[in-house]
Design a protein around this ligand. Structure first.
Ligand code: KDG
Length: 316
């Protein structure tokens, strides 16, 4: 069995250092929030399994090869030759303004159904990692997320949901409605502060402000809520009333894309290692800092013996 099972859409990604319209040269890599988390965990020595679908094409081969090379278990992944692998292009327009373009409609990943996940669910895991992105891919993936969450909850796994709202894929209203029935199965909810209104948007009485939103989430069955405040750090609260905050590590900003996924991988790593909430937040913060201080979503993430590399003191 895996330590962590995750699934979702991983795409061929082209990174352009300048505007596409002038023909900037691209670096090709892979991108996907869930596979970023799986890679982050695998680098730290955890057993991470990824159960997504790719097309029977070169991007699909790049994705599976990269994930295998990073030590992620891709045995629950599938190939759908009839559909293309999704793609994304990230162009650095000016300074740190990055524009994202997607080609993911009717992609192989959007064909995912609960049946595709059944074998991986039977194999079992300690943690199920879910994101709101997968919920936005279509009715099949949304159903797969719900069934996986219900199964994992019933079998006593930890269910971690990272809201990851993508306004390019769906509205905040649609996201709120889709996520609401999931919450009863969720153990750990991770959201950025601006995603709290999204995830509580369909509540009978939508709460106002971070404190009230976290109260409302903890009343649904969620056991702990982690709120990411970007450069301001992160905050933890659980149902027992424990709270803790950490400032962000001060590191030179190279590329913030993927920082949330790295943070999530660090948090789950701490959970698997049995760390306290404070220890989990520290590990999450450390991984987030690695993602921010290096280029690419996942390329710069640390191995276990590199965790101390970024020694910048908080607030220094
Ligand atoms: O979190 C980083 C992701 O945004 C990126 O890897 C691509 O999964 C992705 C998405 O849907 O935006």
């Amino acid at each position: 069995a895996a330590d962590v099972l995750t699934f979702g859409e991983t795409m061929l990604a082209a990174q352009l250092p300048g505007p596409l319209a002038i023909g900037a040269e691209a670096r090709t890599t892979i991108a996907g929030a869930e596979s970023n988390v799986a890679i982050g965990l695998a680098r730290l020595g955890h057993r991470a399994a990824w159960a997504g679908l790719v097309g029977g094409d070169e991007p699909g081969r790049l994705i599976l090869r990269t994930l295998r090379g990073e030590g992620v278990d891709t045995s629950p992944a599938g190939v759908r030759p009839e559909a293309p692998t999704g793609g994304m292009l990230r162009e650095r327009r000016v300074a740190d303004l990055v524009r994202v373009h997607y080609w993911r409609r009717h992609s192989a990943a959007s064909l995912l159904t609960p049946a595709d996940l059944a074998p991986a669910l039977r194999t079992g895991a300690r943690v199920l990692h879910l994101t709101g992105i997968t919920c936005a891919l279509g009715p099949g993936p949304l159903e797969a997320v719900h069934e996986a969450a219900a199964h994992a909850h019933a079998h006593g796994w930890t269910v971690a949901l990272d809201v990851n709202h993508r306004q390019r894929l769906w509205s905040a209203e649609d996201a709120g409605e889709a996520l609401l029935p999931l919450l009863e199965h969720v153990t750990v909810l991770i959201a950025s502060d601006d995603e709290l209104p999204v995830v509580t948007g369909a509540f009978a009485e939508p709460p106002r402000g971070e404190e009230a939103a976290v109260d409302a989430l903890l009343a649904t069955g969620v056991r702990e809520v982690v709120v990411k405040r970007g450069g301001e750090g992160a905050a933890f609260r659980d149902r027992a009333g424990y709270r803790h905050t950490v400032p962000a590590l001060r590191v030179p900003v190279r590329d913030t894309v993927g920082a949330g996924d790295a943070f999530c991988a660090g948090y789950l790593s701490g959970l698997l290692d049995g760390l306290s909430p404070d220890g989990r937040l520290d590990r999450a913060n450390t991984l987030g800092a690695f993602a921010v201080a290096s280029d690419g979503d996942w390329e710069g993430l640390p191995r276990r013996d590199e965790l101390g590399l970024l020694t910048a003191a908080p607030g220094a």
